[in-house]
Design a binder for this molecule. Structure first.
Ligand code: IDP
Ligand code: MG
Length: 139
């Protein structure tokens, strides 16, 4: 995937709260185009595989439970400098530290239930997009 793509998930808390539409609107308003999108639900094992890089962190077990607790909206997004621009749009991991107007400031409940995921590098964007979508599903 070139560096004009990133991967996101609208997490279970934001989906459950009915914020999926508002979050997608903010994403499109910021100039991102949808390349792929899927409403799905991870098993705990799949959540563990997705977040394998965090396996040694103290919050890993809780994170896997939370990320498999309900439906998520997974998507690949396109924009110039997508990874960095999208991290700016979503804001800091902990909503207490997220800048005004960011998606996490607006919609996150806590450092764990923080509404949305954004890839942290081009290589993560590629791996994470391919975790959810076949090449035929990537427009
Ligand atoms: P990021 O999503 O902003 O890139 P990461 O450090 O990659 O943050 O952590 C992945 C996810 O794990 C976070 O989005 C959040 O849901 C959860 N998480 C991160 N740090 C903590 C913590 O200290 N306590 C509980 N959950 C956390
Ligand atoms: Mg991360």
């Amino acid at each position: 995937m070139p560096n004009n793509r990133t991967f996101t998930m609208i997490k279970p808390d934001a989906f459950e709260d009915g914020n999926t539409g508002a979050i997608l609107a903010a994403i499109e308003k910021a100039g991102f185009k949808l390349v792929s999108a899927k409403l799905t639900k991870l098993t705990k094992k799949q959540a563990g595989d997705f977040y394998a890089a965090h396996a040694q962190r103290p919050f890993y077990e809780d994170l896997c439970k939370y990320m498999s607790s309900g439906p998520i909206l997974a998507a690949i997004l396109e924009k110039q400098n997508a990874v960095e621009e999208f991290r700016n749009l979503i804001g800091a991991t902990d909503p207490k530290n997220a800048a005004e107007g960011t998606i996490r400031k607006r919609f996150a409940k806590s450092i764990e239930a923080n509404a949305i995921h954004g890839s942290d590098s081009d290589s993560a964007a590629l791996t994470e997009g391919n975790f959810f979508f076949s090449s035929l599903e990537q427009f």
